[in-house]
Write a protein that binds this ligand. Structure first.
Ligand SMILES: CC(C)(COP(=O)(O)OP(=O)(O)OC[C@H]1O[C@@H](n2cnc3c(N)ncnc32)[C@H](O)[C@@H]1OP(=O)(O)O)[C@@H](O)C(=O)NCCC(=O)NCCS
Length: 180
């Protein structure tokens, strides 16, 4: 699967990341303890960590994923966050983050809808899914609003290293292709 390099939504533009995004990623969300509380990477302490992440993004695009886009406001081109998809057989997993300054405007719901609509329109894709910490209420709400259904509680599913080293319970959400 090779996803498109860009997406346009009503208010946002998604494009493949470039190395020059490192500073904006660092200052907008990766260095923010609150924005990174429920993610799988440690809060970045220097822009060098964002550059390392961008090398990982480039390797994903050169191979079979993950495929990452940065999310920009169309009105001023500012970098607001990022979303990635990880295809595996007929399944596509989503992950996303926004800078705190951009929360609460419906942005991530808009992005998750666009990306999951695209993914499910691919003949080979039958399931779009995501997990989130059971305490990450905003993320759970985004997934619900974007049309994914809660399937269950995955007990001790994953570690959120900025919370603790102990595996935590996650919700599993998915949207599947309707059978014809
Ligand atoms: C989760 C995140 C992406 C949400 O993005 P967003 O653009 O602010 O989301 P939206 O505005 O589309 O929707 C957020 C919804 O959550 C709700 N919400 C926000 N905080 C909440 C809370 N503490 N408790 C319950 N609901 C909450 C909002 O009210 C809104 O729902 P509504 O439209 O019904 O009122 C953003 O908060 C973020 O980047 N968080 C940090 C990174 C992260 O957790 N990523 C996900 C890892 S699984």
């Amino acid at each position: 699967m090779k996803p498109p390099a860009t997406f346009e939504t009503a208010r946002l533009r998604l494009r493949t990341p470039i190395m020059d995004d490192a500073e904006a990623i660092f200052t907008t969300y990766a260095n923010d303890a609150e924005a990174t509380r429920y993610v799988s990477f440690r809060t970045h302490l220097s822009p060098a960590e964002a550059r390392e992440y961008l090398r990982h993004c480039a390797a994903g695009w050169a191979g079979d994923g993950p495929f990452t886009w940065v999310i920009l406001q169309r009105e001023d081109g500012r970098l607001a966050g990022a979303i990635d998809i990880r295809p595996q057989d007929h399944r596509v997993e989503l992950g996303y983050i926004l800078g705190r300054a951009y929360w609460g405007r419906g942005y991530m719901t808009e992005v998750v809808r666009a990306v999951s609509d695209w993914a499910l329109a691919q003949p080979a894709v039958h399931r779009v899914w995501a997990v989130c910490d059971v305490d990450n209420h905003a993320s759970a709400r985004v997934l619900e609003k974007a049309g994914l259904a809660r399937e269950g509680r995955l007990r001790r599913w994953g570690v959120h290293p900025n919370v603790s080293a102990i595996p935590r319970d996650f919700w599993c959400y998915a949207r599947v292709k309707e059978t014809p």
